[in-house]
Design a protein around this ligand. Sequence first.
Ligand code: NAP
Ligand code: 3JN
Length: 337
Amino acid sequence: MRQYNVAVVGATGAVGSEMIKTLSQRDFPVKELRPLASSRSAGRSIEFKGEEITVSELKKGSFEGIDIALFSAGGGVSKEFAPVAAKAGAVVIDNSSAFRMEPDIPLVVPEVNPEALKARPGIIANPNCSTIQMVVVLKPLHDAAGIKRVVVSTYQAVSGTGWKAMEELRIQSEAVLKGEKVVKEVYPHQIAFNILPHIDVFLENGYTKEEMKMVNETRKIMGDNSIAVTATTARVPVFLSHSESVNVEFYKPLSPAQAREILSNAPGVKVIDDPSRNLYPLSIDAAGQDETFVGRIRKDESVAHGLNLWVVADNLRKGAALNAVQIAEEMIKRGLI
Ligand code: NAP
Ligand code: 3JN
């Protein structure tokens, strides 16, 4: 089997570290792994399959001989370096929002729209974590009953903001419990023992950028601009896994039992739905897992054809690293790399 030279841009970050772990765990056919970061981390070493590999500083010449470049170092870095990597011959899978809504760039969740990987695109965009876990569950229901409208509220873990935010939650939690002063650096308010209805920047329409990512990316991935989506995204003091309350209105009838059956057979989805035994998806159980978990499936009694769902997934894994690696795997399967 062919092996590939893989660069990970942002290799020292929360998403980049998970990418390297995922490549190893899935036994991705890596010939050479090239971890890249800023000058701050150059010279550090990371572990890959029992080997210590030195992190190099990201430069224009970093992509020589690279077949696949996984980017997770922010939109600015992607805008500057993804075209450089593509020009050097690499297939770029980009985790930032920099290219997601560009019409010619595929935005892919392999369980939902693998057909978007047609010709060999230079850059493929990985969607936002909150969008990914929602569309994995929505797609099979859309195929069955046609989705008219989605109302989603998210409860997002601090790991979505990177490793500094995880440290902030830990340090603030300890400070609160010891009665010490709380220091804020990453978020505008204390995150420990608190909920912030604010993810990414506020836009002119009053929504946050994270909320509008969910609206626009969902339509692009599902290939249906007629689906109405509205979102409220909140940050909660949880380290790993995003949870979502998803209200869906359909054109056709779909009972909770039918939805449970459909979702039980859907790729990448695991139904956990037995309230009589207090069984429903939980963020601590989803952490480190590949699947998107769904439960609390019940009728929305306020409309003719509606359901309420509780959807949970590991945001660093299916929400970022795993989805990116699955895109690369799908491209190999299709003979595109
Ligand atoms: P993080 O933990 O703060 O890590 C950031 C990484 O980017 C580090 O490796 C850092 O290297 C590197 N970096 C920063 N500036 C750089 C530069 N100028 N040149 C080269 N490397 C640079 O953040 P994260 O949570 O991993 O997120 C990183 C990015 O991934 C986000 O900005 C976002 O675009 C994307 N992301 C996507 C999703 C999703 O929903 N799919 C979720 C989370 C994040 P140093 O160690 O040298 O600082
Ligand atoms: O906040 C979260 O839970 C997910 C964060 C994603 C993120 C963080 C910084 C920049 C993104 C993203 O993937 O949408 C970006 C970005 O816009 O690239």
